[in-house]
Design a protein around this ligand. Structure first.
Ligand code: SAM
Length: 210
């Protein structure tokens, strides 16, 4: 399985380096109300929650405030350390949601806020579901909130169109981006290039899998 360096995740995103900013930008925690409504709709007696890819622990903290016993794991040690300092009532650990085994089961397992979007292959997704199974007992509820490739592609295409429009007026540095859905692995591939002038060879080209 692909080795994911926590530091590369941290480097990839400003808000992972600035967890307070992350929480400020994502202050909407209404998904926790959805989680509780989901549990009550299924008449489940949920007391314990495991969040896979819990980030700053913002959602767990809110659930904890409603009386749930909350556990979270995340790959990034700095985020986990920050969550531990900020929300002392949570049980947190550094771990990879593809492989972590806590030796316990939970009434509700969640992975929200697109944490599963970081998994790029069927094997990685299957490993995540093995983790979910390992932490479930009969009656455990599962909630996943993540972008699927076609939705992500539509969103990126809109960003790409905006970039193109902005660049039409900028003949010094021209950037273009184009997103494609690779159907077999279900990955969105984003091609980007930067040129000094319209017909100049690219200064920089890269392709990202999302
Ligand atoms: C966009 S954040 C969402 C965080 C949180 N669920 C929320 O809604 O605020 C995605 C999180 O997934 C974590 N993550 C990505 N790959 C992971 C993995 N293999 N194991 C554990 N956490 C992972 C990242 O470190 C990051 O904190």
């Amino acid at each position: 399985m692909r080795v994911v360096e926590p530091r590369s995740l941290t480097r990839s995103n400003l808000v992972y380096r600035e967890p307070a900013l992350y929480d400020e930008l994502l202050a909407d925690t209404s998904i926790t109300a959805d989680l509780m409504a989901f549990a009550s709709r299924h008449e489940a007696n949920v007391r314990t929650v495991l969040d896979l890819g819990c980030g700053t622990g913002r959602l767990l903290a809110e659930l904890h405030g409603h009386g749930f016993t909350c556990t979270g794991i995340d790959l990034q040690p700095d985020l986990v350390a920050w969550a531990e300092r900020t929300h002392p009532g949570l049980r947190l650990a550094v771990g990879d949601l593809r492989t972590v085994r806590l030796g316990d089961t939970f009434d509700l397992v969640t992975s929200v806020g697109n944490s599963l979007s970081y998994l790029h292959t069927e094997i990685e997704l299957a490993a995540a579901f093995d983790t979910i199974r390992a932490h479930s007992h009969p009656g455990t509820l599962l909630t996943i909130a993540t972008l699927t490739a076609p939705a992500q592609r539509t969103r990126l295409q809109r960003c790409d169109d905006l970039t193109r429009r902005r660049n039409r007026h900028d003949d010094l540095r021209v950037g273009s981006a184009h997103s494609d859905l690779d159907h077999r692995p279900q990955l969105v591939l984003r091609h980007r290039s930067r040129r000094a002038r319209h017909h100049a060879p690219p200064l920089l080209e890269h392709r990202t899998a999302l």
